[in-house]
Design a protein around this ligand. Sequence first.
Ligand code: GLU
Length: 455
Amino acid sequence: MSTITRFAPSPTGSLHLGAVRTAIFNFLFTKKNKGKFILRIEDTDQERSTDDSLNEILKSLKWLGIIHDEGPYVQSKKLDTYKKLAEELVSKGLAYRCFMTNEEIEQLKDQAKKEKKIYKYPKTWRDKTDHPEDLSYVVRFKTPENRTIEFHDTLRGKIKITSNNLDDFVILRSDGYPTYNFSTVIDDAEMEITNVIRGEDHLSNTSKQILIFESFNKKPPTFTHVSMILGKDKSKLSKRNGSKSIDDFRKEGILPIAILNYLARLGWSHGDQEIFTLKEMVSLFDIDNLTKSPAIFDENKLRWVNSQHIKELENEDLLKMIQIDFHDKVNINLALSAAKAKGKDLLSIEQSLKFCENELISINNEFKEDLLEIGTEEIIRGFYNELLSLESFEIDNIKSCMNAFLDKRNLKMKELALPLRIILTGSKASPGIFEVISILGKELSIKRISSYLEL
Ligand code: GLU
């Protein structure tokens, strides 16, 4: 039987890291097994689902390169199917209509709260046959009593839950929309999903879903419930403790492969290897190497992984990812190589290469003071004369020229490098000084220094 998996996000907010990680695991598992990966949009929570969220999810998945083989299937487009199947369970006596109003349920909940008990639907309509004609109703699943529900989780082994702990849960709301547990099972069965990999927060849903699979005489898929991603404070990852959406990371210049690599590695390992290409992840991914312990999100580690992937970029690829309009006298290749070696993200790379855009630069006010140190101007003037007579602007030649100048004047490197870097780049964040001079070349370096010296 070939592998069929799905990623089934609910469009109720931005695509968050926990969801992306389950998407990655499903994606890698499917690619490894040469199966089919389906994208399914679970938008049956009508009040919370939005088009904006759906569009952001689709955009982020595409950007990440988590490409589905089929779909996206949208659940709200097939309400008739869920309704028909819920009614089928009613006619088989496996589900029933419940006419309890929201007010009545709220009252029962309040009562349970007062008595410090956990609210449980009292099965009021479970066996009633005198149905009112004109009242709206929900359809509830008739959860069997005294049953032990058992399933095997590839990560957690045998899981047993007694049905008496479950409610007669709603499968179809009064507005005709199915609940998550119902529509998920209908679609998993219809799409012949073989493996479901999702967060452990769904463990309690799985037992309900298994009952629904049984009621349709369908075999449930194989389940893997992966650990949750936690923030540094060990509570569930959220905006408050450091989580961001995929779109935020994109805007900050994190590469998609860095997110895939970092998230896949969070909860999965292959020896001590930290940096993986997508090809390596696909070939090395093994569902049995997932870990049960919760994963802690660490943005610094993500940025480190990002810097490692940035170093591996081809210059021509990096060039397409940043918005720098290089001046035609600049050594673009050298600029990109130098920026790659130091850059943690595309934004900082862009910032560090801004000095390559125009013939002259303006110096930020905050750095101007550094240039006012006594003697600075005289040092720069001296070095300017050395550069004028320098023929080759290869890095090694610049290095020797600078060192000879410093020796002759008995100066320390920073006494020259610091002001020079500000004069040539307008800031302190740039590649090293030898590289900067070599990147700019003779003409631009001389022009910028002479403009500072007002020659
Ligand atoms: N729509 C569900 C969610 O976003 C899917 C869970 C599942 O994979 O079954 O949590």
